[in-house]
Design a protein around this ligand. Structure first.
Ligand SMILES: Cc1cc2nc3c(=O)[nH]c(=O)nc-3n(C[C@H](O)[C@H](O)[C@H](O)COP(=O)(O)O)c2cc1C
Length: 197
């Protein structure tokens, strides 16, 4: 797959096969995150990679959104829950002042997309998750005070095949009667302005 094909066919995955993710695949994702563009090359992002079956449930308990919907609403059955996570942390001691956070969040986004695309290249599905309980997750994962959790990326081999479609009246995702997730995306001509707005 070309980078373009990867970028346009990737969809967020919330139901995963009951199959472990090899550490080598996760390490490739982490390395792609490490080398992502970052403001002033300050590299405030650090990562927790989780693939231990004993640690996974403690993360799942503390995330939210569609990945926690009941199965009849497109969420995972227990055996379809994520099989790995990469959690992006911001090391606050590397942020020179409070104004740096705005830049750090761009860094997180850049690293996250590298991770997500390299995961997809290796056959892995991902779902970025901002709905997490930071105060609960930090003790579960022994995260020290000088770190903030910026993003949780759920990972595993996909057990669903969501489809992108052209948005008409709404951009709200929906499930059909076979529980296929449909993801409406705005048309290029509706969002691109040529030369002047
Ligand atoms: C910053 C960000 C936060 C997100 N947070 C969540 C989340 O908490 N739970 C969830 O199930 N999906 C979450 N998502 C996934 C989005 O719902 C998904 O990207 C969107 O519906 C478009 O679908 P697509 O990724 O298949 O193109 C998040 C995505 C982004 C970029």
């Amino acid at each position: 797959m070309s980078v373009y094909e990867i970028a346009v066919t990737r969809r967020s995955i919330r139901r995963f096969k009951d199959k472990a993710v090899p550490y080598e695949a996760l390490e490739k994702c982490l390395n792609a995150g490490r080398l992502a563009p970052c403001g002033r090359n300050h590299q405030v992002c650090e990562y927790i990679v989780i693939n231990d079956a004993e640690v996974l449930p403690g993360v799942f308990e503390n995330i939210g959104g569609s990945v926690k919907m009941p199965p009849e609403k497109g969420g995972p059955r227990p055996e379809q829950s994520p099989k790995a996570y990469i959690i992006i942390l911001i090391n606050k001691t590397w942020e020179e002042d409070a104004n740096r956070r705005r830049i750090s969040l761009y860094d997180v986004g850049m690293a996250a997309e590298n991770i997500i695309l390299v995961a997809y290249e290796q056959g892995l599905g991902t779902c970025p998750i901002l709905m997490f309980h930071e105060n609960n997750l930090k003790p579960v994962l022994n995260i020290p005070d000088e770190y903030d959790i910026a993003l949780v990326i759920a990972m595993g081999y996909p057990d669903e095949s969501p489809v992108a479609e052209v948005a008409t009246d709404s951009v709200e995702g929906w499930l059909d009667d076979k529980l296929v997730r449909h993801v409406p995306k705005r048309k290029l001509e509706d969002i691109v302005h040529h030369n002047r707005f």
